[in-house]
Design a protein around this ligand. Sequence first.
Ligand code: GLN
Length: 186
Amino acid sequence: MKIAVIGVQGDVMEHIEALKRVFNRLKIDGEIIWARNKNELQKVDGIIIPGGESTTIGKLMSISGMDKVVIELAKQGTQILGTCAGAILLSNIKLINIKVDRNAYGRQKDSFEAQVTTPLGKMDGVFIRAPLIKEIQKEARVFAKHKKEIVGAEQDNILALTFHPELSGDAKIFQYFLRKIIDSKK
Ligand code: GLN
């Protein structure tokens, strides 16, 4: 199994480390790529767009043509996970029908950790200058909630989370992501 983490800006290494831990635990023989250009997205089974600065990541993805490749692969059914800035970008490139409010909780100092409810159970969510999902449209479904607010959405092969599962030490999201990849190949 081959997973690419879009590696132009943001917490790329944290995603790679989190994935490695899950590969080891599930004894999956997997490869994780720090993808800096579109060629590195060839023949991957899954793509992660990390947290960071969505404007910067978006610009760099567009300059390198990675955005078009991600859109194309998503349409072919490649599993995609976007966290925080990654969730904003998935909405911007219209891979998931959600409306997102950037920096919805305020400034950097308003970052926090809180419990999140998901179909995989409750988990710790790390919110860093996080966006909020204001609206879920068409095929998109609520995936995660914090209190009454929507902090995660899913639409088929696309999963968008406003928090950082790679920072909490809880591997449930990554296991779920890998499970979706395995199931989609059956
Ligand atoms: N505030 C950032 C943005 O709007 C997202 C923050 C993050 O990814 N942790 O792009």
